[in-house]
Structure formats: C-alpha cells, structure tokens
Design a protein around this ligand. Structure first.
Ligand code: NAD
Length: 538
C-alpha cells in the first residue's frame, strides 16, 4: 500500500500560515501546531501541508527532514542514551506511570488530534490513549521482572556463578504507520526507553501531529527531550538513513515495505521486528451465541473503518447457523451511523486518504464485476466526506477476486459457509498471512483446541481482537508474512536488549590441573558428565 503524501507542492512558509495558504482555516490553533512541529528535527526549510480527511481543512505544514537531519538525530539520541543507560530502572518506570496518568488526563486532546488527522470515529480514537495507558502501566509495573539481572545454572555447581544482564541495544529506529497514529508511534517505544535505549522515530507523513503529541507527553512525563528524536519525510527517502543509523529497527506497516526493511537490516546485521499486514479470519462455530457473534463481527470488521491490522476481512460461518448469523450481522451493519465528527455517537468514520478509498473501491468493484453479492454497503459516501465508504458485507467471493486473498485494509468483509470445522480451519490458514484470528463458540475448550491449529500470532475466542491486543502481558505479532518478532510482554521488551552472560569461575579451571594429563582430564570430565546426568542436573 503506498504512503499518503499530499499532492500539492511543499510550502516554505512554516506551519499553518494563512498569508501563504488562503485555504488555511483554524481546525487547530497555529501556536498549538507550531508547538508540536518544532519537535521535528528539520533544517531543510521545506514543509509539506497536511489536511484532515474529515473535510479537507488544512491542519499543519510539516517541516521535512533530510538525510543529514536523520544523521544528526542519531548523534543527539546516542548522546542522550549514554546518560539514560545510567539511570535507575525505578526512575524510568516511575516516568512510565506518570505517562499513564498524563495520557488519561489529556485523552480529549489526544482523541481530537487523532480524529482530525485520521478521520476515524471518536470511539475508535479512544482506543489509542487506552492502549498507551495499558502499555505504560504494564511496563512500568513489570520493569524488574523483565530487566533485572538473572541468575542461571553454572556448569560446575557452586563454583561457576552465572548471571545474565539485559544490555540496551543503543538507539532504536521506529517507523510507524498512520492507522493508529498515537498508539503506533508510542507503544513500541515505551519498552525501548524502559530498557535503556533512545529512539529515532519516523511516523507516517499523514499523521505526524498525533505522534508529536506523544513525544511531548513523554517529555512531560520526565523523559529527557533528546532521548526521543522525531524526523519527518517520505519513508522511501528516510528509510535507508534510519536503518543505517540504528542498532535495531521496529517497523509497523505493509508486508511489502517490511520485506525491504528486513533486507536492509540483514545487510547491516542488525535485528528488526516487523508488524505487518493480514487477511484475518473469523470463525463462527455452530454452537456460537449468534447475537454476541454478530455484535463482535461488526467491531471485528469495521473498527476504524477496517484500517486495523488485526481486523477481520474473511468470515467463515457454520452452515447450520449461517442464515441466522448473516441476518443479525447485516441488520447490525445497516444500523451503523457514519459521520465526519469530533463528537461521540458515530459508529464509523472516514478512510484516511484518497489512496485508501481507491483501494477499497477497486476491491469491491472487482468482486461485484466477477459475481460477488453485496449484502450491505458497497458504496462510497462523498456526501459525508471525501473518503467515506460504507461498511460492506460481500457473499460469493471466489479466488479469482482480489479481495479473496489480498488485504483490503478497509471496511469490507467476505462471508463463506463451512460444513466441517477442519475445512474451515484449512481455509482460514490458506494464504501467506498469519496475524490475528477470532473464534466464536460457547465451548471455550473447543475454541482453544481449534486456536492451536490456526496459523496466526493471536487468536481471540468470543472477541474480535481486543482481548489479545489489550492483554499487554502476552506477545502480539504475526506468523508467516504478517511479521517477525513480537510487541508486548517480555518478548516486546527483550527485543531491545542484548543478553550478556557473565560467568565467574572459582577454585577450578577448565583445563588439566596439578600435572594431570589431557587424557586423564578427559576421563575425569567424562565421569563427571555421567554423574551429573544421574543427579538429574539440567
Ligand atoms: P507502509 O508500509 O506503506 O508505511 C508504513 C510506514 O513505513 C510509514 O511510516 C512509511 O512512511 C514508511 N515507509 C514506506 N516506505 C518505506 C521504505 N521504503 N523504507 C522505510 N520506510 C518506509 O504501510 P501503510 O500502507 O501506510 O500501512 C498500512 C499497512 O500496515 C497495512 O498492511 C496494515 O496491515 C499494516 N499494519 C500492521 C500493524 C501490525 O501491528 N501488524 C499495525 C498497523 C498497520
């Protein structure tokens, strides 16, 4: 999926200057915008205008960073990291707990900005401060569990003392997308900072302000300002310098871009975690509570207008309940309210850009042209805003249609019947993605058994995606082409550390002693190995 970059020429007039941009209105106060954009490391004098997808109001002119600016961001981040690595874990954890409070106290401000930049409904924007508060609290409270030096078994009991330290990688480059602009900008950086790293962040061009507000809140929570550098510009230009300067890369975005990033990281022999796309399946088993399943299916398919990596695009429904489920799902979908609004009470907002609208429209047109039936939605809604598209349910989707196996990343779900559960699992596992799945059943044990057969990094039983996504203690990420590595839990923080083993040897050494021959030494060691096994030693 291509990045949304505004079509008009870059302006050189600084943020939101009505003298140079007659369209400039006051969706946001210019001083407020300037307070955010000054955090971007930019010496180019170039800016790019950004408009709200809600109604096209100009939001800001975003200063653009050059390759040299990225290099300078790494210089500053490295300097800050050296001092930061010497701070105590308790100090860092306390800052995260302050961030938790700040995010909850300032949630209206965060949500307003997210809605204006992304066009999503307010209730979907609320998920962003919610997720960051959960992440900050979780890592703030479990810091020692993940990062304290650990004792390990030494080879000679009592005489070899072994400890494993968690050493910060250094500076982490974070490249994040537009779909959850506040969450995605911050959630992977929180464990990186806690582990003693600095961050150079490159958020998506469309949604810089939400990401910059995140940077501001980190500073207000007590994190040193230079520890979190922000650069702005097209990924295809800044991606390489970001990878070149980093000790580790955390990327969230499309599988196509993830592949490019993995190749560049491999060249430098640095690690990376990749949170990528999906074509996520939802299974409704014959014993499912159909009201609950239909309610969950709406959230699963249409949260943030389907622009959510873990949302569902394929639904497999047991033959025995298919008609009753579909009737309920269609009714709930048709009852949804759509709108361009900063207020609560809207069920689904806008897509983020013309590029997103074009993809969604193309997938639906292609499916309909090849014989798919539209059970709900199916149309763009320019009457509501430039990029609105109705929540859409398709039936009769076949493998020759684009939306059968390609991620739409929009509010389009395809329904399929199944008779045999094994067949449903096989169809859910078809393709190369493996991000998230959902299973509706009243038999929890059966749901968990089926989950083990599904090739996805997360599986939610009787919930769409929130149960795994919000359980920060458990890892979240994709199998197969949906990613590498995991965010959240201990894996989500250990990726930012190097394990360092320190062994202190006492009394004996690992060589023949007291004139012993090599042959004699080998025999003594062999006897010792046999004894250790008998004693049950690992
Ligand atoms: P994208 O890959 O085009 O862009 C994501 C980020 O990568 C942006 O910041 C962009 O500027 C940058 N980028 C683009 N080209 C680059 C390059 N060559 N080198 C370095 N950086 C580059 O993705 P998108 O279309 O904007 O985002 C939607 C995709 O992200 C969907 O496929 C969705 O499933 C996925 N996503 C996944 C998760 C997850 O957690 N698995 C979360 C959100 C979105």
């Amino acid at each position: 999926m291509s990045e949304h970059t505004p079509a008009s020429d870059p302006l050189v007039d600084g943020p939101h200057d009505p003298e140079h941009d007659p369209r400039a209105s006051y969706a946001l106060e210019p001083d407020y915008v300037a307070g955010l954009t000054r955090r971007i490391l930019s010496t180019t004098g170039r800016t790019v205008p950004v408009e709200s997808p809600l109604g096209g109001q100009p939001l800001a002119h975003i200063p653009q960073s050059s390759t040299d600016d990225v290099a300078e961001a790494y210089v500053r981040a490295r300097r800050a990291q050296a001092a930061w690595a010497r701070t105590s874990l308790d100090e860092r954890a306390a800052m995260l707990l302050r961030l938790h409070d700040l995010v909850l106290d300032r949630q209206d401000e965060i949500i307003d900005l997210v809605v204006l930049e992304s066009g999503k409904a307010r209730k979907h924007a609320f998920d962003e401060p919610l997720h960051i508060a959960l992440t900050a609290r979780y890592y703030g409270r479990t810091a020692h569990q993940h990062l304290d030096t650990e004792r390990k078994l030494g080879v000679v009991p009592g005489l070899t003392r072994v400890e494993v330290n968690r050493v910060p990688k250094g500076v982490v480059g974070i490249i994040s997308p537009w779909n959850y602009p506040f969450t995605m900008a911050l959630c992977d950086g929180i464990p990186a900072l806690l582990a003693g790293n600095a961050v150079v962040a490159k958020p998506d061009a469309q949604t810089m302000l939400s990401a910059l507000l995140g940077a501001q809140l980190l500073e207000e929570a007590g994190f040193p300002p230079d520890l979190w550098q922000v650069v702005a510009g097209p990924g295809r230009e800044l991606g390489t310098p970001i990878i070149d300067g980093a000790d580790y890369i955390c990327f969230t975005g499309s599988t196509a871009t993830g592949r490019l990033i993995a190749a560049q990281c491999a060249e430098r022999l640095i690690g990376c975690s990749l949170e990528l796309g999906g074509k996520n399946p939802l299974l409704v088993l014959r014993d499912a509570d159909l009201e609950k399943a239909a309610e969950g299916a709406v959230r699963a398919s249409f949260s943030n207008a389907g622009q959510l990596c873990v949302s569902m695009e394929r639904m497999f429904v047991a033959d025995q309940v298919y008609d009753r489920f579909v009737e309920r799902f269609v009714a709930r979908t048709e009852a949804m309210t759509l709108g361009a609004s900063l207020e609560w009470g809207v069920d689904m907002g806008s897509l983020v850009s013309q590029a997103q609208l074009d993809t969604v429209q193309a997938h639906v047109d292609d499916a309909v042209a090849k014989g798919a039936r539209v059970l709900a939605g199916g149309r763009a809604r320019p009457d509501l805003g430039p990029y609105f598209f109705e929540p859409t349910i398709l039936e009769g989707v076949t493998p020759d249609m684009t939306c059968f196996g390609t991620e739409t990343f929009g509010p389009v779900i395809s329904l399929y019947r199944f008779h045999d559960e094994a067949d449903a699992v096989a169809r859910a596992n078809a393709g190369e993605y493996g991000l998230n799945a959902s299973i509706y059943t009243q038999d929890g044990a059966r749901g968990r058994e089926i989950a083990r057969q599904v090739k996805c990094g997360t599986v939610n039983i009787n919930e769409a995606f929130g149960a795994t996504f919000a359980s920060i203690d458990s890892p979240m990420g994709g199998m197969r082409e949906s990613g590498m590595g995991r965010r959240q839990g201990s894996e989500g923080i250990h990726r930012y550390t190097e394990s360092q083993s320190v062994a202190t040897q006492r009394l004996i050494r690992f060589a023949p002693m007291l004139g012993m021959s090599d042959e004699r030494y080998a025999k003594v060691m062999t006897a010792q190995l046999r004894m250790m096994k008998k004693l049950g030693r690992a």
